[in-house]
Ligand binder design. Structure first.
Ligand code: SF4
Length: 68
């Protein structure tokens, strides 16, 4: 059984993919759920904050030409 560090809460679903995960816990924050309650975790390595996705991926299926 893994030891639970005192005062630490396990990571939450939103943490998955983050490089700060150590086992079932966060290397930085004791209570990961609290970091996500107010929005994206400020230390997350897998989410981009302040990056608004440009609306680009629109051109799909325009290049296919039917040959008969
Ligand atoms: S840094 Fe944030 S997102 Fe990453 S594991 Fe810790 S609480 Fe989760």
């Amino acid at each position: 059984m893994a030891k639970t560090p005192p005062g630490k809460n396990p990571i939450v679903d939103q943490c998955l993919g983050c490089e700060n995960i150590e086992g079932e816990f966060c290397r930085i924050w004791a209570v990961p759920a609290a970091k996500w309650r107010l929005g994206p975790c400020p230390s997350a390595t897998h989410v981009r904050i302040d990056t608004k996705e440009p609306a680009e991926k629109v051109r799909v299926g325009q290049q296919k030409q039917k040959k008969k």
